[in-house]
Design a protein. Sequence first.
Length: 79
Amino acid sequence: MAENPDITHVLVPEHQKISDKEKEELLKKYGLTGQELPKINSKDPAISHLALKVGDIVKIKRKSPTAKVSTFYRVVIDE
């Protein structure tokens, strides 16, 4: 679960920042730019403990009844 003890709700999936190397590999693998990824607001309570900046990418792991774990990526924006 999340590292922040305040974020322990069972409906909040695990969120983690990916490294710059992982970001580069992810974007290259799928032929994307960071702005083509789905977005997450920098003020979202689920990522407030990660100290992210605009343009960082968050990896989200959700439990799935069919795949066990599904992985999603979001780029941090500021609105």
